[in-house]
Design a protein around this ligand. Structure first.
Ligand SMILES: Nc1ncnc2c1ncn2[C@@H]1O[C@H](COP(=O)(O)OP(=O)(O)O)[C@@H](O)[C@H]1O
Ligand SMILES: [Mg+2]
Length: 428
């Protein structure tokens, strides 16, 4: 028998509480166990009833949603808090997240959105029975550190061993797509010397990863919040240094330390990378839970990607760690998408169509494709779907089995010879 998700609703307005309750009344797996009208009452009821989920308003008289979240995070760490707020509260919202809230809903929200958020946060709750272990283990001092039983987020690196394949484009759009789905997401420009993320999102490079690594002994959630830049209120961005030579201070160890810290704070850490496989790039790929490996339908890229797979094997990367994504997919090339799958003996995770006009316009304007005027073009839809697919794979409880390479068609010609498949088509 499955257990119900026990929910406490906190809002100073009785109508709001009632509306939220009504949205949940027909969900058989969700049970509203109480309502609180003030922050004080919320803390008291949380301690007494130990709800699984607390839907928390931010603006309340007395101790507000942030104060209440902080107290509850310390006292009842098993209770997962979802903030309910209006858009203009984004500053509070960030503080609430730091105070231990797990997710947020923007008012007004519908039943589907509410139920999805509740189930998602519930399914990701840390399964702990004894809360006090955490503060000592993590060695933290402040309230943010003290709450720490956050299940760790996922680091997703976008990589291609050949430059100009579309890493920055894909990384930016996937990050924006995840943030749009209300996942706490940070985009890291790991192309440390010549990062493009600031340009692609039209952000001024005020602070960068250098500001973090130079103060790495104080690197906590609060410092991170001052260094990342917010993009449209939902995505945080950690930019590359403004000058190439400044990248020197960002050593392999430091990059990994930054990623580990970010992983504790965000659901998703999306990292754009360079194509050169130096120690820094490898440090990023090592830290990553998943690598979105881009490939294009041309031989030089295919050759480099194939070599990368050899390397990945010698580095003992799990086969599931690498998701192969075809960028600029088109049927106008001699090498088909199926040929790529066949040659590399890997399934294709996704294909992004070729549309130079849309992609270049998005870059020139500094507006990501999936939020710009061309978002309904096939390339925009494919990028949005890729973000959803990443979320689905990494937030579902069980990792789905790997699909088998569907391509069982004959492949031949140049790449057959190049990759030792021995399938040389006569006259090929
Ligand atoms: N799906 C696509 N369709 C058409 N052109 C693309 C696509 N993705 C990338 N490009 C082209 O490739 C160039 C490089 O993209 P970018 O994302 O900067 O790659 P990278 O970060 O790998 O160097 C873009 O300026 C654009 O012209
Ligand atoms: Mg790039």
């Amino acid at each position: 028998m499955s257990e119900n998700i026990r929910v406490l609703i906190v809002d100073d307005l009785p109508e709001t509480r009632e509306n939220v309750r009504k949205l949940l009344q027909f969900e058989s797996d969700i049970e509203v166990i109480g309502q609180a009208g003030t922050g004080e009452e919320a803390v008291q009821m949380a301690a007494e009833y130990k709800p699984d989920i607390i839907l928390m308003d931010i603006n309340m008289p007395g101790i507000d949603g942030i104060g209440a979240s902080q107290k509850i995070s310390e006292m009842v760490p098993t209770a997962q808090i979802i903030i309910m707020s209006v858009q203009s509260d984004s500053d509070y919202l960030r503080r609430a997240m730091l105070a231990g809230a797990r997710d947020f809903l923007t008012k007004p929200f519908g039943g589907d959105e509410l139920v999805t958020a509740i189930r998602r946060v519930y399914s990701k709750r840390p399964t702990i029975s004894t809360a006090p272990v955490y503060p000592q283990q993590r060695g933290g001092a402040g309230p943010v550190e003290a709450y720490a039983p956050v299940p760790e987020g996922n680091v997703v690196a976008v990589f291609c061993p050949k430059g100009g394949t579309g890493c920055s484009t894909v990384a930016v759009n996937v990050a924006v797509g995840l943030a749009r789905r209300n996942y706490r997401t940070v985009l890291v420009d790991g192309s440390l010397q010549f990062g493009d993320v600031a340009v692609m999102l039209n952000l001024k490079p005020v602070a960068s990863i250098v500001d973090l690594v130079e103060r790495d002994t104080e690197m906590d959630a609060e410092l991170i919040q001052t260094v990342v830049q917010q993009y449209r209120g939902s995505l945080d961005v950690l930019l590359a240094p403004p000058r190439p030579e400044m990248a020197d201070v960002v050593t392999e160890d430091k990059i990994q330390a930054v990623l580990e810290k970010l992983r504790q704070i965000y659901d998703f850490v999306v990292v754009d990378t360079t194509s050169s496989l130096d120690d820094k790039a490898l440090a990023i790929l090592d830290s990553a839970d998943r690598i979105v490996l881009l490939v294009q339908q041309n031989l030089p890229t295919l050759k480099n990607v194939s070599r990368f797979f050899d390397l990945a094997e010698s580095l003992d990367y799990d086969a599931q760690k690498v998701w192969l994504v075809v960028n600029r997919a088109s049927n106008k090339y001699g090498i088909s998408v199926e040929d790529i799958s066949k040659t590399l003996k890997r399934p294709i995770f996704a294909s992004i169509p070729d549309d130079e006009q849309v992609v270049n316009m998005a870059i020139d304007k500094g507006v990501p494709i999936i939020t710009g005027g061309s978002r309904r073009q096939p390339v925009g839809v494919a990028l949005a779907n890729l973000a959803d697919q990443v979320a689905k794979e990494l937030t579902s409880e069980a990792v789905p089995e790997e699909k088998t390479a569907e391509a069982d068609k004959k492949s031949g010609g140049l790449f057959g010879r190049l990759f030792g498949g021995g399938r040389v088509r006569a006259g090929g």
